[in-house]
Design a protein around this ligand. Structure first.
Ligand SMILES: [Zn+2]
Ligand SMILES: [Zn+2]
Length: 152
């Protein structure tokens, strides 16, 4: 990919403010834009991907970039129960979805549920809150981790 191509994809892909980001942060955001919404990456995943694509960047820088991109609203942060985080592209076309998270390995799957959204709307309305988003986090064990568990 030439330098010019990279610039073009930034103009098209990044949100308006994206152009003011530092090169490292741009690379992190670009990675998320390339893989698209609905993919949940840990900081380690992001670091690994950047190293594969030959960007010299430390894990600490990746952490800092992710935090900033969350603050600026480019990425959503998802808390895992074990204190880890996953990150995904914040996308208006992909709002209000829910996550099924394996507490062992962190495997994260998305699902949609109109009844969860309805419950959120009703709760907010009853208490006079202005709704921003409703998302449900379900803690579970994935099939692989259930298998492992039965051997121990
Ligand atoms: Zn998601
Ligand atoms: Zn698992």
């Amino acid at each position: 990919m030439s330098f010019h191509d990279t610039e073009d994809s930034l103009q098209i892909g990044l949100h308006k403010d994206g152009r003011r980001l530092t090169p490292q942060r741009k690379r992190v955001l670009e990675l998320f834009e390339r893989i698209g919404s609905g993919v949940h990456l840990s900081a380690e995943d992001v670091h690994q991907q950047l190293v594969i694509s030959q960007s010299k960047v430390s894990l600490a820088t990746v952490y800092r970039s992710l935090r900033l991109l969350v603050e600026k609203g480019f990425l959503h942060q998802l808390e895992l129960s074990e204190g880890g985080h996953r990150f995904e592209l914040a996308n208006d076309d992909h709002p209000d979805h829910h996550h099924l998270i394996c507490v062992r390995c962190g495997r994260t799957e998305e699902f949609e549920s109109e009844s969860v959204l309805e419950a959120g709307r009703a709760a907010a309305e009853n208490l006079g809150f202005q709704l921003i988003e409703s998302s449900l986090k379900v803690r579970a064990l994935c099939p692989k981790c259930q298998e492992k568990q039965s051997f121990t």
